[in-house]
Ligand binder design. Structure first.
Ligand code: PRP
Length: 179
């Protein structure tokens, strides 16, 4: 385990099993439909890479990059699009792929944005759900794990852009971020 990690919440093995399970469920639910997975950079790339390989039906992928207007903005929920979708979504079933659903502000904005693209449906799959921090009513359709209100890193999640490559999900030691 990395020295900055206090404890592991979900091991590589546990994650692999859960992602496989969620991928199978998605494959079943979307059978016969035109599915597009939209990954929200950067945190979701690790989950996206594993999840898409756990999905056994044909699907396409796309990426979006968004950022909040400064630190305080998380509160306003205003999101700036840094990289927009490449694909047309008309007639497609969109599944937004996230690493974590926290306040819900990012996803609430994105779901609304994507809902104006003429798609057939928009749903959300998140690796982690932190419901204790929710500020707006947004619920994931598929969740791998529910997490407590702690500073979580690994499997795509960062602190100051590091720890994303840890293969497990863990709690960061408070002394690392001055908590
Ligand atoms: C994280 C995460 C979600 C968002 C969730 O992204 O990937 O997009 O925060 O938080 P919310 O529910 O409070 O809106 P972040 O802005 O940290 O960027 P990153 O994915 O590049 O790390």
């Amino acid at each position: 385990m990395h020295q900055d990690v206090e404890r592991i919440l979900f091991s590589q093995k546990e994650i692999a099993a859960k992602v496989k399970e969620v991928g199978a469920k998605i494959s079943e639910d979307y059978a016969g439909k035109e599915l597009v997975l939209v990954s929200v950079l950067k945190g979701s790339v690790v989950f996206m890479a594993d999840l898409m390989r756990a999905i056994t039906i044909p699907c396409s992928i796309d990426f979006m990059s968004v950022s909040s207007y400064g630190k305080g903005v998380r509160s306003s929920g205003v999101v700036r699009i840094r990289k927009d979708l490449d694909e047309q979504l008309e007639g497609k079933h969109v599944l937004i792929v996230e690493d974590i659903l926290d306040s819900g502000l990012t996803l609430s904005y994105l779901r609304e944005y994507i809902s104006q693209k003429g798609e057939e449906s928009v749903r959300i799959v998140t690796m982690l759900d932190k419901p204790s921090r929710r500020r707006v009513a947004v619920y994931p359709d598929y969740t791998c794990f529910t997490v407590p209100d702690a500073f979580i890193v690994g499997y795509g999640l960062d602190y100051n852009e590091i720890y994303r490559n840890l293969p497990y999900v863990g709690v960061l030691r408070p002394e690392v971020y001055g908590g």
